[in-house]
Design a protein around this ligand. Structure first.
Ligand SMILES: CC(C)(COP(=O)(O)OP(=O)(O)OC[C@H]1O[C@@H](n2cnc3c(N)ncnc32)[C@H](O)[C@@H]1OP(=O)(O)O)[C@@H](O)C(=O)NCCC(=O)NCCS
Length: 403
């Protein structure tokens, strides 16, 4: 009989994220090529693991069609040069696709069936605009099961503002601005680049180039500039391009391993899985989803929010992050939260983002041996939230000296 096993996040890589659309750096690049590129980078830098020991490859995409269709985990594994004996699957849970790839593979490792797995996601929002080729059942609206606005994520964000008027537009703008500034500071300190796999691209001008950095950053963002932006989701609304994650192309992958595999291959894992949970909420205000999923994941771990030393929260919209922080009594600018900025600045290629959160948390764990636990969480379209809690293998139990 197989035995229950610990689960480790060994490593993660991603492509730089591109602005979706004709002017974006990946307009002429296939979605599956993005994930293949990220996977090759991951495999190369973890060469101590024999490729034929990878038990499965789970790759998520929200639009399961075209170059994001055809059982991505399997096709990407073959294209990335893994042996044909390595199987693969596709995963879909909208924005939490990559997170679900990780939890699904983690569960397979946890029950002792797998030793090593690859989990990630991709979204080319330029080639596959959000909701394209979907055919929601008319009963949702006709029978008033779900309001029509629930299918437009920006509209659901406006509704969080309605529900929590003390979370003002000004607070959201400030949050959005700080995300941009924090990401830029992280770039300048060289913290983001090590986990990026450069991608050769044919640019909008038809010339070959190399994508090496996230394209959508707006480090020059000011409160004054944000105050002038249009509110595309509602006339005189509160959500703007400055407080929304931009439409983005990109791919992420991670390598997960059992305790036995860590020993066998002499790996130095970056994080250990503690618990995870998904939860459902009203689809009309989907952005509050990570609140119940975080409560569930904390309860499963036997931890409280005060035990969490670092948070990587997906910034689908500033207002939905603020609703979570407010719920748990955490300040808008708490330094434990998204210290290197978030999706508002770096972008949110839907089904890829979950692993981007984990990559950043893992890198921060290495810098913070005084932090014991960290948390990755995100909201999910149609009213869901997902949370994964991780333990820091570098934890020393000592508080970092104040400078
Ligand atoms: C909000 C949204 C509609 C904006 O799309 P867009 O109009 O194509 O975005 P742009 O990047 O062109 O920005 C719009 C304008 O705001 C400006 N802008 C954006 N961010 C800014 C910032 N931080 N500071 C100053 N100006 C900014 C742009 O320069 C642009 O100005 P212009 O119209 O004068 O050119 C789009 O990003 C969106 O739908 N986001 C949400 C995606 C989503 O739902 N994801 C799933 C989450 S669950």
């Amino acid at each position: 009989m197989a035995e229950l096993s610990d689960v480790y996040f060994v490593d993660g890589t991603r492509t730089p994220f591109g602005r979706a659309g004709e002017k974006g750096m990946y307009w002429n690049t296939r979605a599956d090529d993005l994930v293949v590129k990220a996977m090759k980078g991951l495999i190369e830098r973890n060469a101590e693991i024999p490729k034929d020991r990878i038990d499965d490859v789970a790759i998520a995409a929200t639009s399961q069609t075209g170059d994001q269709g055809l059982t991505l985990g399997r096709t990407a594994a073959i294209l990335a040069g893994l042996p044909q004996t390595v199987p693969g699957l596709a995963v879909e849970r909208m924005c939490a696709g990559a997170m679900t790839s990780v939890t699904t593979m983690a569960a397979s490792i946890g029950v002792g069936m797998y030793d090593v797995a690859i989990a990630g996601g991709v979204e080319h929002m330029g080639r596959h605009p959000i909701g394209s080729n979907s055919d929601p059942n008319p009963r949702f609206v006709a029978e008033r099961i779900v309001d029509s606005g629930a299918l437009n994520m920006g509209v659901t964000a406006e509704r969080i503002h309605d529900r929590f008027p003390h979370l003002t537009k000004e607070r959201a703008d400030r949050y959005g601005m700080l995300s941009q500034h924090k990401l830029q500071a992280a770039y300048e300190a060289g913290k983001i680049q090590p986990d990026l796999v450069p991608v050769a691209v044919i640019g909008p001008d038809g010339q070959w180039g190399l994508a090496t950095e996230d394209e959508g950053r707006r480090p020059e963002t000011t409160m004054e500039g944000l105050a002038t932006l249009k509110t595309p989701f509602r006339p005189h609304g509160r959500v703007t391009a400055g407080t929304s994650s931009p439409l983005t192309d990109g791919a992420t992958v991670s390598l997960l391993a059992s305790g036995a595999a860590v020993k066998e291959f002499g790996l130095a894992p970056k994080m250990k899985l503690v618990s995870f949970a998904f939860a459902g909420v009203e689809p009309e205000i989907m952005g509050i989803g990570p609140i119940p999923s975080t409560e569930k994941a904390l309860a499963k771990a036997g931890l409280t929010i005060d035990d969490i030393g670092l948070f990587e929260l997906n910034e689908a919209f500033a207002i939905q992050v603020l609703s979570l922080l407010d719920h748990f009594g955490i300040a808008d600018d708490d330094p434990r939260v998204n210290p290197w900025g978030g999706a508002i600045a770096v972008g949110h290629p839907l089904a890829a983002s979950g692993v981007r959160l984990m990559i950043q948390l893992a890198a921060q764990f290495a810098e913070h041996p005084e932090v014991h636990y960290g948390l990755t969480a995100m909201c999910v379209g149609l009213g869901q939230g997902g949370t994964v809690i991780w333990e820091n293998p570098h934890y020393t139990g000592k508080k970092k000296k104040q400078k």
